[in-house]
Design a protein around this ligand. Sequence first.
Ligand SMILES: [Zn+2]
Length: 216
Amino acid sequence: MKTILFHGQAGSGKDTQVEKLLEKFPVERIATGAMFRTMSSEGDPDAVKAMSKVDNGIWPTPEETYALVGKWFSRFDNSKDWVLVSVARYAEQIPFLDEALKPFDREVDLVIHFVLSEEVALERLAGRKICAKCQATYHPKFKPEKVEGVCDSCGSEIAVRVDDMPEKIKERFAQYAKTITPYLDEYKSRGILVEIDASGSIENIHQEVVKALDLK
Ligand SMILES: [Zn+2]
């Protein structure tokens, strides 16, 4: 069974691509976004400890985090192909991910990195507006609201989030560029890195992903 790691920054469309994949292939999508909260609400002692750190503004150590990741993995069907979504984001996390996969007789077989230019990131993310009341999202180019500054769905006032201001997007972009090089180098040296240009259409990118994965 294959273990595939998807990674790319905000705006690269990696989540959309995982969803497209799920429509056609019986893969397990494994993300860790809800892991701490879900497992601590279930009373897992390690998760409760980690969560109390998070609540106090302290990030759990990689040892603590990946011990939970290992338990999280055991919830998924080990007889299927796994798609891990950004389960490792920095080079320093790669050895921990390797260890967490070992009990399942797995190693990362392929890494798909969605490559986004700053220009496209700005086009996709800059100026997005979100309604604080009903969470509807708007985009000046792709999905503008009917009346400037007013939510179509609920009539509340909508505004651009600070995070979606061009300066913030550029900052995040530079930060990502700095951390991603050693990460990609590690997977490149293992010969399992595939880079896919994320600026194309959803369907074209999907075709490239399917080709790279060679799923049955
Ligand atoms: Zn609204």
